[in-house]
Design a protein around this ligand. Structure first.
Ligand SMILES: C[S@@+](CC[C@H](N)C(=O)[O-])C[C@H]1O[C@@H](n2cnc3c(N)ncnc32)[C@H](O)[C@@H]1O
Length: 480
């Protein structure tokens, strides 16, 4: 399908002589594939390098980014050593420049490309809240957070307005990777082309303003707001930044992360603005690799007026007959009983992990969680977060069963294969068998073990008298 005539007219006017190259890049087909190596996994760089055999070609937008394709059904992918991501999309988290210890919100986070990159930069320290409004997409986000071995994230499923009631003036950085008209996806998606009309950018602009109004409420005075889209229209980019600057609470920050020849600068003349918008960055598919992105970073003034008063705990009022999925009853969270702690300790002594330091353990039903930093049991039960709908509360450790503890897949994914851990090095054929849900045969009787393939942790398994029982989650099983 060809590009809409109104789209062609619009970008002919904006780009002049350059427009033909732009249209040619959009019509060329899918952009260069890329992936990010996950530094949270032990020896990820060396393992990936040996997998590809040839020297990897770096992507200019992230120190962990490379050009090329990783099979979604390969051990590298399953074990979370890589995240497949469109090349220019990696630029966004590079602008966030997440630091260990910060509190960061990724407000429109699914499927998790930027969240997983931000978490890698945070190195497990500080709090990442990864939020997604659409429940199905939030589930995929949670799975990606888990696969990448991230232990300091809270994955939530809220609309921006309701999330803002939980976290007023809370975050050092807020990323809004906004839903947009997706013009960058015209390279690969017929649906994106078909869904575009002259009005689309302005309709998206309305929604982007609503989302940003809520994002600002969650930012600390002096914090940073990062805004990005995968579209080119000025209405959703420069005009949005001018609108934010009009409110008087922000200064635009110069972005200088990338080789200058791979980016273009924001254009004030494209939205008739008096502000100098050249601090913003646009990546074009005809000038660089990838589908294209627009990115801006703003710093909130110290006078930013967010509602700094933490909300009071809300009372749970389940509706008759049906409990709203977004409401977790305060009483369902509890601290572990001493006996339960002992049961868990028996296993955690075999798999000791620094993450356990200074973080609270809680249970909900028989499920045990290691809370992320900055989130406490008190906040979840009696405090402001008691109605928060979360899919992941830090690290899911596993299930308390009668007098025993069954460790989770998430816990395995967060462990490095230390030599002191009980483990079994499995063959490729057994990796194929295990991810399909089959039991394995390895002599021994070690109980819980980490299954490791070529230095990558695959899952927990339970070895009893020469048989390794399968604990690969049913919902994630696949046929490589
Ligand atoms: C560009 S995508 C995010 C991509 C993601 N940051 C990543 O890197 O993987 C925008 C997201 O915003 C979500 N969204 C749609 N409408 C929204 C709204 N009104 N408020 C907040 N998020 C919304 C979409 O479901 C989508 O997941």
């Amino acid at each position: 399908m060809s590009l809409a005539l109104e789209f062609i007219d619009k970008f002919n006017q904006l780009l002049g002589d350059e427009a033909a190259d732009f249209f040619a890049a959009l019509n060329k087909g899918e952009a260069q594939k890329a992936f990010r190596i996950n530094p949270l996994k032990a020896k990820a760089q060396a393992i990936c390098q040996s997998y590809f055999e040839e020297e990897l070609t770096p992507c200019p937008y992230s120190p962990w980014g490379y050009l090329g394709q990783v099979d979604g059904h390969s051990p590298l992918h399953q074990a979370g050593l890589v995240y497949s991501q469109e090349a220019s999309a990696m630029a966004v988290a590079s602008v966030v420049q997440a630091q260990p210890g910060e509190k960061i919100l990724d407000l429109c986070a699914a499927p998790g490309g930027k969240s997983t990159q931000i978490a890698a930069d945070m190195q497990g320290q500080g709090l990442l809240v990864a939020n997604e409004i659409i429940p199905k997409r939030a589930k995929i986000l949670a799975e990606n957070i888990e696969r990448m071995g991230i232990t300091n994230a809270l994955v939530t499923n809220h609309d921006p307005k309701s999330l803002a009631t939980y976290f007023p003036g809370f975050f050092d950085k807020v990323l809004v990777d906004a839903p947009c008209s997706g013009e960058g996806m015209f390279t690969k998606s017929q649906a994106a082309r078909e869904g575009w009309s002259k009005e689309t950018p302005l309709l998206c602009q309305e929604r982007q303003k609503e989302i940003l109004s809520q994002a600002v409420r969650m930012l600390k005075a002096g914090g940073q707001l990062i805004y990005s889209t995968c579209t080119f229209s000025p209405e959703e980019n420069e005009a949005i930044i001018a609108w934010l600057l009009d409110q008087g609470d922000f200064d635009l920050e110069w972005i200088d992360n990338f080789p200058p020849e791979t980016i273009s600068r924001g254009r004030s003349d494209w939205c008739q603005s008096d502000y100098d918008l050249s601090a913003c960055v646009r990546i074009w598919p005809h000038r660089s690799i990838g589908e294209g992105h627009f990115i801006a970073r703003l710093k909130a003034k110290d006078s930013l007026n967010t509602d700094q008063v933490a909300p009071k705990a809300k009372k749970s009022r389940p509706k008759k007959g049906k409990r709203h999925a977004g409401k977790s009853k305060a009483s369902t969270y509890r601290l572990l009983e001493p006996e339960e702690r002992k049961t868990l300790a028996a296993l955690s002594q075999s798999f000791p992990n620094e993450d356990f330091q200074d973080r609270e353990l809680i249970a909900k039903g028989d499920q045990v969680w290691l809370l992320p930093p900055s989130i406490t049991y008190h906040m979840l039960v009696e405090g402001p977060l008691n109605q928060l709908h979360s899919l992941r509360l830090g690290l899911h450790l596993g299930s308390l069963l009668k007098n025993r503890f069954q460790p989770s897949y998430a816990w395995a994914m967060a462990l490095a294969p230390k030599a002191t851990y009980p483990q079994i090095e499995i063959s490729y054929d057994d990796w194929v068998n295990y991810v399909q849900g089959l039991t394995l045969a390895y002599p021994g009787n070690q109980g819980w073990v980490l299954l490791v393939y070529q230095g990558m942790v695959i899952s927990f398994g339970k070895q009893v008298q020469g048989t390794v029982k399968n604990f690969f989650p049913k919902g994630l099983r696949f046929h490589p």
